[in-house]
Design a protein around this ligand. Sequence first.
Ligand SMILES: [Zn+2]
Length: 109
Amino acid sequence: MTTPLRYSDRDIAQVRDLNPIAHVAQDLGYKLELRGEGEFVIPCLDSLDPETRVAFSMSLVPARGMFYCAHCSAGGDVITLVEKDRKLSFAAAVEYLAQRAGITLKAIS
Ligand SMILES: [Zn+2]
């Protein structure tokens, strides 16, 4: 097993800044449904309504770069969204987003 790569806070901040969460969500195949001012709804990645078997809705707020599910408390930033959607490790999600934005990462030990 190889040691997972780590990246500097600066690289990770740049990855977040250059990957707006709404754009990334659309790249991942989500249709963003406008809910209110500056807020969109996408299906929750973690929870289905036990009766209807339909995913609960969660909020995606581009201005804050965050998503949040009021039902199961799943949530996070653009990196978390990629981790959960693609079932990737944190480092692999950072790499996915770096590649998307044309950022060259420097691994630290
Ligand atoms: Zn949820």
